[in-house]
Design a protein around this ligand. Structure first.
Ligand code: PRX
Length: 650
């Protein structure tokens, strides 16, 4: 954690985009006044506010205590009985939405399936009955390691239906990572597929599972979905096919009434070092966070066709591909494969084909689209879009503007949503009918969320001063603990400022109260005593017309404390020359000032990223300072990038 109290903020963005009055007229929250009133009323009576919102969910029994808060442990809606699967399915059937499309799915090879709410309900019940056949009961943990196919959603909802706790592991993880997570969660059953499709090739999921099983101590059964049809080995007595397990089973399986605080899932996040953290979420509060934020931030309407591009292996997939949208009876689009297969316009083709109205993706994807060029989106009719979202990293103003103009046709509001696996749901984002946006700012906290930006003593910092982003009041979808490691939970999130939640992100508030996220506090540079956000230097550099993507890290410097090292990917067709390097250095000085003059610029074909698209700055720091790579590289997307970077040193 950073030890200086303040972070110097140098980025200034002056463009603003007011909500379109036509959009505001029909929005759930249609004016800044309404937003402010809501936020204030919530702040004054948090429990009352959330109790009111919770009426949007179906409860088998109403709670007696809305919030019990013994910091850092919260219990929400105690005494209440609820089921997430019931809320995502059954209640929509009761409301007559049987034949509404729940899930429109497209496989990478081009195969498609549409499941109505009734069909999805039936499949979930059948599979839940299959799990019961294997003796699965309330409280058991089940690992899901699958491609992005409808059965992944079906498996999650079937677990939730029985009160089994799912632990979804992204299909890109290695056997080693799968085994570690299995052992930590003490999972009994693993659900997988023979393989999945990625860039025209198959990912050998079942073969990975076979390796993982050599080290997984608790798994008794492996359920295998046939997806690609590739050759696999089935181990008698342990492995069984999904279709055999569910053959002849009925399509009815009542949802188990569960305590509001019954666990819904564990989701492992890889901390920057050390053992992955099992983020532990429970049922009632999490589901409320998912449903409420999905409705408000995406301004969801009954006829929306909503596409969140995240894999269900990440929290974004859990909350905004599965639980939030299905709890709101939304039609979701789901795509199995890569955005550039068979060509770089696949996403735009999908949007045009299904008439997607709301599109939610990550800045890393947006920057890739920019690099591939405007000709790809321009070939397709994107006029169905009415709202765009961004999540996962700070979105640089340049990428924001491109997204706004090239994808949104200048007409779609952009919701830049700040949150974390730990927060379960969006915390800071513009309500699109109410808030004037500024490119690069996540704007304001949602009603019900109370945040602050503080120095190391917990004192609120001044306007435009950078500090630590904290959440000062409990919220329903917050993580309850780290699975089987409550001590680490307290140390990681609550020890810095007792009683308030430490996000580990830096942020500042501008003169209008807008929040600007400055990235992880461990990604802060200390240049001649000034703490600079690496993200702001990156934002400056990507404004240069030759630059596609940048990662900035510090390297030890005897004089300045830290020097600024920039790893730069150029746009297609631009030549990497020393003249360009000098030009880029000067450009940063122009945009930010001499303080931020890069000490070195390195051109690279690509940047080392995690499988969820986050740049692994830790590895770049090692490279920049000429060290051996240390620490965990198991989440790295493409190892060859590291070798290239090392051989390319100045
Ligand atoms: O640093 C922030 C960044 O992603 C972190 C959370 O990562 P993860 O738990 O993987 O969840 C990603 C999906 C919610 C945050 O601490 N982050 C996420 N969204 C934004 C962001 N940084 C800036 N702006 C955002 N909109």
């Amino acid at each position: 954690m950073a030890n200086n109290s303040q972070i110097t903020s140098v980025l200034r963005e002056t463009r603003t985009f007011a909500p379109n009055p036509t959009f505001s007229r029909t929005a759930h929250v249609g004016s800044m006044d309404q937003y402010r009133r809501l936020w204030e009323s919530a702040k004054d009576d948090l429990a009352g506010f959330w109790a009111e919102q919770a009426k949007d969910l179906a409860w088998f029994k109403t709670w007696h205590t809305t919030l019990e808060w013994k910091a850092p442990h919260a219990k929400w809606f105690e005494g209440g009985l609820i089921n997430a699967s019931y809320n995502c399915l059954d209640r929509h059937l009761i409301a007559g939405q049987n034949n509404k499309a729940a899930l429109i799915w497209e496989g990478e090879p081009g195969d498609t399936r549409t499941l109505t709410y009734q069909m999805l309900h039936r499949e979930v019940c059948k599979f839940a009955n299959g799990l019961k056949r294997l003796g699965v009961a309330k409280g058991d943990t089940i690992t899901i390691y699958m491609p992005l196919v409808p059965e992944l959603v079906i498996a999650m909802l079937a677990c939730a239906r029985l009160g089994a706790v799912h632990s979804v592991i992204f299909g890109g993880f290695s056997p080693e990572a799968v085994a570690d997570r299995n052992n930590d969660s003490k999972s009994r059953i693993l659900i997988t597929a023979d393989g999945g499709w990625r860039r025209g090739k198959t990912v050998p999921l079942k073969a990975n599972v076979d390796l993982a099983m050599e080290k997984s101590l608790t798994i008794e059964k492996v359920i295998v979905l046939r997806r690609t049809g590739q050759d696999i080995v089935m181990k008698p007595g342990r492995d069984l096919w999904w279709h055999d397990l569910t053959a002849g089973l009925g399509g009815d399986c009542p949802a188990e009434p569960l305590d509001s605080e019954h666990p819904l899932f564990i989701l492992y996040t890889s901390g920057s070092t050390g053992k992955p953290k099992g983020i532990y979420h429970t049922t009632g509060g999490y589901l409320l966070g998912a449903q409420y934020t999905h409705k408000l931030v995406f301004d969801i309407k009954p006829d929306d066709v909503y596409w969140c591009t995240a894999d269900a292996g990440w929290i974004t997939g859990h909350t905004y591909l599965v639980y939030g949208p299905l709890a709101n009876a939304t039609t979701i689009v789901m795509y199995e494969g890569a955005p550039n297969h068979p060509s770089e316009d696949r996403f735009w083709e999908i949007i045009a084909k299904y008439g997607v109205t709301v599109f939610y993706t990550a800045p890393t994807a947006i920057r890739a689209f920019m690099k591939w060029g405007d000709q790809h989106p321009k070939r397709h009719d994107l006029s169905s879009l009415r709202l765009l979202g961004s999540v996962g990293e700070p979105i640089n103003p340049e990428a924001w503007m491109w997204y706004h103009e090239t994808i949104g046709g200048g007409r779609c509001p952009i919701v830049d949503t700040w949150w974390q696996t730990e927060t379960g749901a969006i915390m800071i984002a513009p309500l699109p009918g109410a808030v004037t946006t500024k490119p690069g700012s996540a704007t304001f906290p949602l009603p019900g969320i109370v945040i602050d930006i503080v120095d190391k003593d917990g004192k609120t910092v001044g306007t435009n001063e950078g500090g630590f982003l904290v959440v000062t009041k409990p919220w329903p979808s917050m993580l309850r603990t780290l699975y089987r490691d409550d001590e680490r939970y307290q140390k990681t999130y609550w020890d810095q400022h007792p009683g308030i939640y430490f996000t580990a992100d830096g942020a500042r508030r501008d003169e209008d109260g807008y929040i600007w996220i400055m990235g992880r506090v461990d990604d802060v540079l200390n240049v001649s005593g000034h703490r600079l956000s690496t993200m702001e230097v990156e934002s400056a550099l990507v404004q240069h017309k030759a630059v596609a993507e940048v990662a900035v890290v510090g390297k030890p410097d005897d004089l300045k404390g830290e020097g600024i090292s920039c790893f730069v990917t150029l746009k297609t067709g631009i030549e990497a020359t020393d003249v360009l390097k000098a030009e880029l250095r000067d450009f940063v000085v122009q945009v930010i000032g001499a303080l931020a003059r890069p000490d070195e610029i390195r051109f690279t074909e690509s940047l080392p990223k995690t499988r969820s698209g986050k740049i692994m700055r830790r590895l770049l720091r090692d490279i920049a300072s000429g060290h051996q790579i240390t620490g965990d590289t198991s989440t790295l997307e493409d190892y060859s990038i590291l070798a290239n970077l090392r051989s390319d040193q100045e």
